[in-house]
Ligand binder design. Sequence first.
Ligand code: DC
Length: 229
Amino acid sequence: MENIVIAIDGFSSTGKSTIAKQLAAKLNYVYVDTGAMYRAVTYFALQNQLIGEGFFKSEELVDRLKEINITFKFNKKLGFAEVYLNGKNIEDAIRTLEVSKYVSPVAAISEVRSKLVEQQQLMGKGKGIVMDGRDIGTVVFPDAELKIFMTASAETRATRRYKELLERGHNLSYEDVLENVTTRDRIDSTREDSPLVIAKDAIEIDNSNLGIDEQLTTIMNLVKQIIQK
Ligand code: DC
């Protein structure tokens, strides 16, 4: 069976990673969460006091990008690859609201983007990959055989993220999560370098009222059509 590249883009908390992970498992493909890579750089910036309330030493971050080595290691128990920063597992540490708060300004820096995009393109060279993010179908793999763009209302997405964070033991309000989701959407969609836009040849899926199984069936049917061509 021919291996293809599947690009899944969309707004924050649209459930891209849930679908992408399951799709990759079904197809026996590699799954890459590119948001985790931008979060890893943000985590590095926070750890090194390069970003925080009211300040962002973006030039220093750019100078220190060479100190950042992001890798993924498959965790058999979890069924997906966890992200590591310089050898340290940061899969949980990057899912905090603090990292979410600062990730969009970090992801708007061109030097950060070019470093991560280069690594992403290398990972997808052999195809057989499901990659999710904001610019996968437009910038990273403009020739991807299948491009999906996921949407859902801001309230639906904030409710999902809020529940997920509560389950992880974080103490926060729904309003803070909604504010973070809408602010990130705005910054991600209006930045100069690789803004979040729907690729011309992407298939849009609004999953506000769709369950995971329905989404998976829809996407698997699209995959089958492409592979059988
Ligand atoms: O998918 P996520 O919510 O974990 O992504 C975190 C942030 O990273 C998101 O707000 C924007 C940025 N991002 C990006 O700019 N490009 C990508 N390909 C993936 C994520």
